[in-house]
Ligand binder design. Structure first.
Ligand SMILES: [Fe+2]
Length: 474
């Protein structure tokens, strides 16, 4: 804090007396003969307080007080007065003077005034610091609030992204768009209407009639309606187009009792944008996947055709496997994997020469060694196709045995993937009951006996029980 005082008085004697007293009290002191000089001095340094006379040439004391207060409202000003008239006192206080120094000047009076000024100034400083701190707190609170809102928004957007990315089918995605929209908007009624591309009408999946779509939606714009009835109630409708590859795929119809607003519309647009991206990928993926699958199934058919005795083998193994899958309640995803793996389980036989594959007599050990390579060959074919990673492993292990004496890896029990264990039973049963060049197929009863005999050695005991009792129905 500054410890210097400015004294303004046109009387040099008074300036001298007061400054002497003030210096004696341990304060620094400057003096000025008039207002303009005083203001000039205040330009170059700051003061603890100013003592000023009222009656001065060039500028009256009252004018000086006003000018000082215009620069720094917190600077205390003490009026030096020979006669403390009430009028002057009131005028000076109105202009911002904080106290008076009456004549004759006494050291004790000046000391009292200066300590009062110092105390007030210190309080003012504290108050300013406090209000600065308060202001800072308010700013921080406000920023924190904004940050929390942003975090919430980011995590809700992240949740949207995660949910969308985890979905595989278009139907799942549409369901998720509706679910996520309901979560984002409380008390909203949300419906999705797919667009029938042929009729250019919106389809009602709840069995209602097709209806016209607004031109704005077809052009990718949001449509908003205020359907508020005349007699009470509020009803707003916001319709978003879901665009995929530049074309409307359907519309998301949201009914709320307040206007949706920019923020919520923004979130829905983000959701639709992410969903559209995902749908484009899914459509691409499903297209590729379908193509790949039909190629592989074609290969399996060629394989069946090579060996007339085993024709339809892949189809029957698939049917038996799916029957087990339904009984043990596999998930839809597991069923999809099983269906493909069972259909293609012997695809590796494309790599086995006809001379061995179609041999009429019994196989030599050497030939059998070559036959035993077909699960690995099949897995190696599918390994080239990244979406088939799971099917690849199921196929690789379809000749493993529960006791670990199978091929190619010799793994046992639960180490063998469940879906491979299912295919093993279906495959063995069909091989046993089909005719071979060197033997006729076993009867169903004999085949069941054989499965019972091999339960725990070759086959998973639980699956064998299910196969015998629930699939073959014995
Ligand atoms: Fe096989």
């Amino acid at each position: 804090m500054d410890n210097r005082v400015l004294i303004v008085d046109d009387d040099p004697g008074i300036r001298e007396t007061i400054s002497q007293l003030i210096e004696d009290l341990g304060y620094g002191c400057d003096t000025a003969p008039d207002g303009p000089d005083a203001l000039a001095m205040m330009d170059s340094r700051s003061y603890l307080c100013v003592f000023t006379d009222i009656m001065m040439p060039k500028m009256t004391g009252l004018e000086l007080i006003k000018k000082i207060k215009a620069r720094d409202v917190s600077l205390p000003i003490i009026v030096i007065t020979g006669y403390a008239s009430l009028e002057i006192a009131i005028d000076a206080m109105k202009c911002g003077a904080s106290d008076f120094l009456p004549k004759p000047f006494k050291m004790s009076q000046i000391q009292l005034l200066l300590s009062k000024v110092k105390r007030e100034k210190s309080l003012l400083e504290q108050n300013r610091r406090f209000s600065d701190a308060l202001q800072l707190h308010r700013i921080i609170d406000n920023l924190q609030g904004q940050l929390e809102d942003k975090n919430k928004e980011i995590s809700s957007l992240q949740a949207i992204s995660e949910k969308i990315i985890s979905l595989k089918g278009i139907r799942d995605l549409v369901g998720a768009i509706v679910d996520v929209s309901k979560q984002l908007l409380e008390n909203a009624e949300v419906m999705f209407y797919p667009l029938n591309r042929t009729t250019q009408m919106l389809m009602d999946t709840n069995g209602g009639q097709e209806r016209l779509i607004q031109e704005d939606l077809l052009e990718g714009r949001i449509v908003r309606f205020d359907n508020t009835p005349l007699h009470g109630g509020r009803d707003f409708q916001t319709i978003f187009p879901l665009m995929i590859e530049g074309q409307v795929f359907g519309t998301l119809d949201i009914k709320t009792d307040t206007v949706l607003g920019d923020e919520k519309e923004g979130k829905i647009l983000y959701l639709l944008h992410r969903s559209a991206e995902r749908m484009e990928n899914v459509a691409l993926y499903e297209g590729l996947y379908e193509n790949m699958l039909s190629t592989l199934k074609g290969m399996a058919k060629i394989l069946d055709a090579r060996d007339p005795h085993t024709s339809q083998h892949s189809t029957r193994v698939t049917n038996f496997s799916m029957a087990v899958a339904n009984i043990i309640n596999l998930s839809e995803e597991e069923k999809d994997v099983l269906y493909i793996a069972a259909s293609l389980h012997d695809i590796g036989k494309v790599g086995i020469p006809d001379s061995i594959l179609l041999k009429k007599g019994k196989l030599t050990d050497e030939e059998f060694m070559i036959i035993k390579k077909h699960p690995d060959i099949g897995a190696d074919i599918l390994k080239q196709l990244p979406p088939m990673a799971r099917e690849t492993e199921i196929i690789r292990y379809h000749h493993e045995r529960f006791d670990g004496r199978g091929y190619p890896a010799g793994i046992s029990g639960q180490e063998i993937p469940l879906l491979s264990r299912i295919i093993t039973i279906a495959d063995s049963y069909d091989a046993m009951t089909s005719d071979r060049p060197y033997r006729n197929g076993l009867s169903v009863d004999k085949a069941i006996e054989e499965i019972i005999r091999c339960t725990g050695n070759q086959f998973d005991p639980e699956l064998a029980q299910i196969f015998i009792h629930k699939v073959i129905g014995s």
